[in-house]
Design a protein around this ligand. Structure first.
Ligand code: PMH
Length: 386
């Protein structure tokens, strides 16, 4: 028994061929000199970090990005040796572990860099990317004096290497481009503060790559587009090529029974059968990320939409069945069955959120199955990893 097994009929399928295609299409679409940095933070937006990273590299990505050092170490433990950038804030005291793992870190203030210089006694050179805040107001340096002081500190210290400089856009996925243009101009202006440019200059997320391929300098940090999802609904119609959604989510009916008119379903007994009806129990609940707000939305069984009735429980929910169906019938929460489909965007809409949040919140309790050529090549069940 190990992490390639699972004993519950609930799983996420990640079609790695979709990831491969999406990265290749972006690479073909961008000018030749532009590299792709595959953004695989948050367990590759819930898809599976190591598997997605390997596939993105196979498709031509040359760099990986994560949010935290732990995520970078997870990739290294998964056997990945390619360069990795930590986009988020790291503790200055953890710089040694980053250097030992050949992981690049983000400089986001002079104070942070000073603490790094003070703390880091190692001999391995530390690779750094300087984050400029051009209007996102999150991480990054804004003032010329601070940028210059950072630059001078790096110049004086042989163990510090400035590999890149970058920024992040707040509105690259919005139809109105004025704020994007303003941030872009800020970036161009701020780059002038750096006398000798590092080899990597990057500002583009997926939306920037799709819409402004001539404004990405020499790297695109590709996240959502790699997973085959649109950065926002408002730019969905102006994407330059088709995206292949890699993520689907499935389970099976574990119990089927008939309710007599007037009988109740789930906590609070809020659902009452309005007629004699068939009801099915699905072993997925809010602890899997299928949150209570999804009550009344639908799943697919035998290609038909079936409504979730009563409250979603921690590990189970109930559905109204069109007729008596068999225990073991496949239930698709996200994905296709026959000619019908529930997309990540459909679920996001029901939750009044964005597609990013949906795949990220399908919890670690749900095993991930990885497909190539429609066949299972790997299974990951973190519950059984010990
Ligand atoms: N670069 C940075 C710094 C990011 O934070 C992100 C995504 C990306 C690139 C990739 O963006 P994309 O997925 O739109 O291509 N970060 C986030 C975030 O912090 N919240 O949602 C997405």
């Amino acid at each position: 028994m190990d992490s390639t097994h699972f004993y519950r009929d609930t799983w996420v399928e990640v079609d790695l061929d979709c990831i491969l295609e999406n990265v290749k299409r972006m690479k073909d679409f961008l000018p030749k000199e532009v590299q792709i940095m595959a953004v695989v933070k948050a367990n590759a937006y819930g898809h599976g970090d190591v598997e997605v990273a390997k596939t993105a590299l196979e498709a031509g990505a040359t760099y990986l990005a994560v949010a935290f050092i732990d995520e970078a170490i997870s990739l290294r433990r998964g056997g990945i040796n390619e360069p990795i950038l930590v986009l988020g804030a790291s503790r200055p005291t953890d710089v040694k572990i980053a250097a030992e793992n050949n992981v690049s870190l983000t400089i986001y203030s002079k104070d942070w860099l000073d603490e790094v210089v003070e703390n880091y006694q190692g001999t391995t050179p530390l690779s750094l990317h300087l984050k400029l805040d051009t209007g996102m107001g999150r991480l990054g340096v804004k003032e010329k004096e601070e940028v210059e002081a950072i630059y001078n500190t790096i110049e004086r210290n042989a163990r510090l290497q400035l590999e890149g400089v970058f920024t992040h856009f707040a509105t690259a996925d919005e139809i109105v481009t004025s704020y994007f243009e303003q941030q872009y101009q800020n970036f161009v202006r701020m780059l002038e503060w750096i006398p000798k440019k590092p080899k990597m200059i990057h500002c583009g997320n997926s939306a920037t790559g799709f819409r402004f391929p001539d404004k990405v300098f020499n790297v695109v940090r590709l996240g959502i587009g790699m997973y085959g999802m649109t950065p926002s609904l408002e730019i969905k119609d102006e994407l330059p090529y088709q995206l292949e959604e890699a993520f689907s989510f499935h389970s099976k009916l574990v119990h089927v029974k008939q309710l007599v008119k007037g009988e109740k379903v789930s906590y609070g007994a809020t659902f009452t059968a309005d007629e004699d009806m068939w009801v099915g129990t699905v072993p997925v609940g809010y602890a899997d990320g299928w949150v209570r707000k999804l009550q009344d939305t639908s799943v697919l069984i035998e290609g038909e939409y079936c409504q979730i009735i009563g409250r979603v429980c921690m590990d189970q929910f109930m559905v109204r069945l069109p007729r008596k169906l068999s225990v073991g019938a496949k239930v698709t929460l996200i994905g296709k069955q026959k000619e019908n489909i529930i997309t990540v965007d459909d679920v996001a809409k029901a939750l009044e959120t964005i597609n990013y949040e949906v795949t990220c919140t399908i919890s670690f309790r749900v095993p991930r199955i990885f497909l190539r050529n429609k066949r299972i090549i790997e299974v990951r069940n973190p519950l059984l990893r010990h």
